[in-house]
Design a protein around this ligand. Structure first.
Ligand SMILES: Cc1cc2nc3c(=O)[nH]c(=O)nc-3n(C[C@H](O)[C@H](O)[C@H](O)COP(=O)(O)O)c2cc1C
Length: 367
């Protein structure tokens, strides 16, 4: 279906077509039988791919990356597309409009997108109302950030406010310190600032855990533009603060392999195919430091089951997609899920975790 719609959507401005596709998807779910139709087309039933992680049971390891459903409007429709989990947001304490248009650019021949949306979102209060209204139909991660007008010195207060606002609705909360489109945000990845941010959030997590009687895991989402020493620092902090996961990675400000492309000089974060190796390298380095003691969610340039497998073998426990969904439509989720299921089947193992562990030790033995 998406194959026929895509040429029409791609005639429009990138952001308009983005919004139109999401609106159309939501309309389908509002028709009687619409959700059953989506599930019949896209749902996956693959018990071998169940992943137990962070105290949660993921029906499959393929998640929706943050940024597509910034306002928690489409979670029902998204959960019918066969994702194992959804990460919603980034949501900030107060609503904000983001950067002025034009702020989203397609690079179809490279399977890439450059965006500088800048956390356009309806703010934590309205976000939570949307979640409440829709009820829950999937594992939900909520990605939080700070408002553009909040100075880095006050950023912790923004994260704490949003963290407590969404705590009761999240299966995990992702701390976004890696978007390149909020000036200075990525400086929050520096050791001193991150140390302070994480200790305050962990403190809040304990307090909320006591009153709400539920432990909500914390993940941190990092940039692909960090050097090895910086990744080591983040791994040390993830361990010392007993974080539950690291999400690697956000978009890059570099432009690998895109020299001469008309859009390369556009400011913003690059996602999709050109990001793939960069984010896999970060996952490998992280895994070598963490050795399974903190979960890794791998994201960046995954277009098919082979790419997903590469991320898993590099050290990821779960993976996420965004840009490939824009280019290929919802089928990509099913293709990745069924490709991974075939890997498990042909390996002679019974679970994905076992299959990945076997592949990782194979690589280790070959070294
Ligand atoms: C248009 C667009 C908006 C995004 N917005 C967010 C966001 O709000 N928060 C966030 O953490 N990541 C955001 N991302 C980054 C994605 O979640 C993901 O980390 C990145 O795109 C790499 O995955 P991909 O190559 O599969 O797209 C955005 C990406 C795109 C393309």
């Amino acid at each position: 279906m998406y194959r026929f719609l895509r040429p029409l959507l791609f005639l429009l401005d990138a952001e308009q077509s983005h919004n139109l596709a999401l609106f159309a998807l939501r309309c389908v779910t509002l028709f009687p039988g619409g959700r059953s139709l989506l599930r019949a087309l896209y749902a996956n039933r693959t018990p071998a791919l169940t992943v137990e992680l962070m105290g949660l049971r993921f029906p499959n390891p393929v998640g929706l990356a943050a940024g597509l459903d910034k306002n928690a409007r489409y979670q029902k429709a998204m959960s019918d597309l066969g994702f194992g989990f959804l990460e919603l947001g980034t949501v900030t304490p107060l609503p904000q409009t983001g950067n002025p248009p034009k702020r989203l650019f397609r690079l179809p021949e490279s399977g890439a997108i450059i965006n500088r949306l800048g956390f356009n979102n309806i703010g934590a209060t309205a976000f939570v109302q949307n979640l409440r209204r829709q009820g829950k139909s999937s594992i939900i991660g909520i990605n939080i950030g700070k408002n553009k007008d909040t100075a880095n010195e006050q950023a912790i207060e923004d994260y704490l406010k949003t963290f407590s606002a969404v705590y009761a609705y999240a299966d995990y909360v992702a701390i976004n310190v890696s978007s390149p489109n909020t000036p200075g945000l990525r400086d929050l990845q520096d050791r001193r600032r991150l140390d302070e941010l994480l200790s305050r959030l962990k403190h809040e997590q304990v307090a909320l855990g006591k009153t709400r009687r539920v432990y909500v895991p914390i993940a941190i989402k990092i940039s692909p533009d960090l050097d090895d020493d910086h990744i080591t620092t983040i791994a040390e902090l993830a361990l010392s603060h007993r974080l539950d996961a690291v999400i690697a990675t956000n978009t890059t400000i570099s432009r690998p392999g895109l020299e001469g492309h008309p859009h390369t000089s556009e400011q913003g974060g690059l996602s999709g195919r050109p990001l793939k190796h960069l984010s896999t390298a970060v996952i490998k380095k992280l895994y070598s430091e963490l050795q399974g003691r903190v979960a890794i969610i791998g994201v960046g340039g995954i277009e098919n089951a082979e790419d997903a497998w590469e991320k898993l073998v590099a050290g990821a426990d779960l993976i996420q997609v965004y840009t490939a969904l824009i280019y290929q439509g919802p089928r990509v989720v099913q293709e990745i899920v069924s490709g991974l299921a075939s890997r498990v089947e042909t390996s002679g193992c019974t679970t994905l975790a076992e299959t990945v562990a076997k592949a990782r030790s194979g690589i280790h033995l070959m070294r």
